[in-house]
Design a protein around this ligand. Structure first.
Ligand code: ZN
Length: 105
């Protein structure tokens, strides 16, 4: 674990590469302007979740990093700290995806 947080915005290739190289990780699906949304729109996913799988074809826009940038890390704590800085709320929370939160860690 290196606690590094990486963000992919309109960068499908970069996200896909990272996703292939990292297995035991967390991915937060966020918004263009996270400060204007409440935590409900910001979801924490596990690597195994099909909804954030970059190899999945998205017929709508063919990219998973636009308009919903992906913030990735092997540390849930680092992601939460990053997210709180992003929205400027030290008590901000994000929700865990119901599809994958019961799998893995
Ligand atoms: Zn998920």
């Amino acid at each position: 674990m290196n606690n590094k947080v990486v963000t992919f915005t309109s960068n499908q290739a970069g996200y896909e590469k990272w996703w292939r190289e990292n297995r035991d990780v967390f991915i937060v699906s966020t918004c263009e302007n996270p400060e204007s949304f409440d935590g409900e729109f910001v979801k924490l996913h596990r690597h195994c979740c099909w909804t954030i799988d970059p190899t999945r074809t998205n017929p709508k826009n063919k990219t998973l990093t636009n308009p919903y940038p992906k913030v990735c890390s092997d540390s849930k704590e680092a992601l939460l700290a990053h997210f709180r800085r992003m929205i400027g709320d030290p008590n901000g929370i994000f929700y865990e995806c119901k599809l994958c939160s019961t799998k893995g860690k």
